[in-house]
Design a protein around this ligand. Structure first.
Ligand code: GRF
Length: 203
């Protein structure tokens, strides 16, 4: 399958997916990496692997609608089967989400439906949770609300800071995100009305 990855930052999840493609675990190739930030380190990771990169800055557009229209065109120009959001720090318009319905994945650093939005690690610590984690889900119009496919759970330790906890979560993200992309590439994963289906079983 053809995969387009959207990033805004470090791109460590992008790296994990690139490595998994390299090992032929994922039955596909990353055709392009698109960032809304020119200085995203993930762009260098992609360039080192000879993957096409594109920067589309939201600052060059008057409205979210105008930005997302151009972004949709850019994604479409690669004719992808799957769009992977990997730390793409933008809220998407309903139009864009609709266009790639069932073909767009996101990873969120919490055990959804807990802690949607930002600063999830600190919020989980402040709430004295004993566990935290990450969730891979299909993207729907509801922010961080689409059907969950896989979650990884990690303990919160007594001396954790948001930083140490985020490192523990990241390790798990790098396992579960490539795994879900692999399943999608094998056509084992689809989205029905508002739930995910794996090997013909609703999740
Ligand atoms: C991850 O924590 C992911 O859950 C969130 O953004 C972060 C991206 O990290 N959506 P990286 O750029 O892949 O290192």
């Amino acid at each position: 399958i053809r995969i387009v990855v959207l990033i805004s930052g470090s791109g460590s999840n992008l790296q994990a997916i690139m490595d998994s493609c390299q090992r032929n675990e994922i039955n596909g190739e990353i055709c392009a990496v698109i960032s809304n930030k020119a200085n995203a380190y993930g762009l260098q990771r992609a360039q080192q692997a000879d993957i096409d990169t594109q920067v589309l800055s939201h600052k060059d557009f008057d409205s979210r609608e105008a930005y997302d229209q151009r972004l949709a065109q850019l994604i479409d120009s690669y004719n992808p089967d799957l769009v992977v959001l990997a730390g793409f720090m933008r809220i998407l318009t309903a139009d864009l989400v609709q266009k790639f319905k069932g073909k767009m994945l996101n990873i969120h650093p919490s055990l959804l439906p807990k802690y949607q939005g930002l600063n999830t690690h600190q919020r989980a610590i402040d709430a004295k949770e004993t566990f935290h984690g990450a969730s891979v889900h299909f993207v729907t119009e509801e922010l961080d609300g689409g059907p969950v496919i896989v979650q990884a759970r990690v303990p919160i330790l007594a001396d954790d800071t948001a930083h140490t906890l985020s490192q523990r979560v990241h390790e798990q993200e790098h396992i579960i995100y490539p795994l879900v992309v692999k399943w999608f590439s094998e056509h084992r994963l689809t989205m029905e009305a508002d739930y995910a289906v794996f090997d013909n079983q609703p999740l």
